[in-house]
Design a protein around this ligand. Structure first.
Ligand code: SF4
Length: 103
């Protein structure tokens, strides 16, 4: 696929995401998992595939973990797990979080 305006190929999504920068608030993650007894819900497990920044993964025990350092603050995980109560989600403090590069 080429850009119709100038005939060049548009950058891949990974290349676009690489342009963003993150200010990590050390020791104060803005997304946390409150694991429930009886295992992770299907909603929480789905985040491993849904999160556009790849912040969720399964650990060796098969439980979901989150590393929100590259979070784009899209809110998808917050909405998906709203009814399960497994996520504690807030925006990062001022000056921290994602710095989008536009253009
Ligand atoms: S807010 Fe979006 S990018 Fe951040 S962890 Fe949730 S799904 Fe991933």
């Amino acid at each position: 696929m080429t850009d119709k305006m100038n005939g060049t190929k548009p950058p891949k999504m990974e290349e676009r995401l690489y342009q963003n920068r993150y200010m990590v608030d050390e020791g104060r993650p803005h997304v946390r998992i409150e694991h429930q007894r009886g295992g992770d819900s299907p909603e929480l497990r789905a985040l491993v595939n849904i999160c556009p920044a790849g912040c969720y993964r399964l650990n060796e025990e098969g439980r979901v973990e989150v590393a929100p350092d590259g979070c784009m603050e899209c809110g998808t995980c917050r909405i998906v797990c709203q009814a399960t109560g497994e996520l504690e989600w807030s925006y990062p403090r001022g000056g921290y979080g994602i710095l989008f590069k536009f253009g």
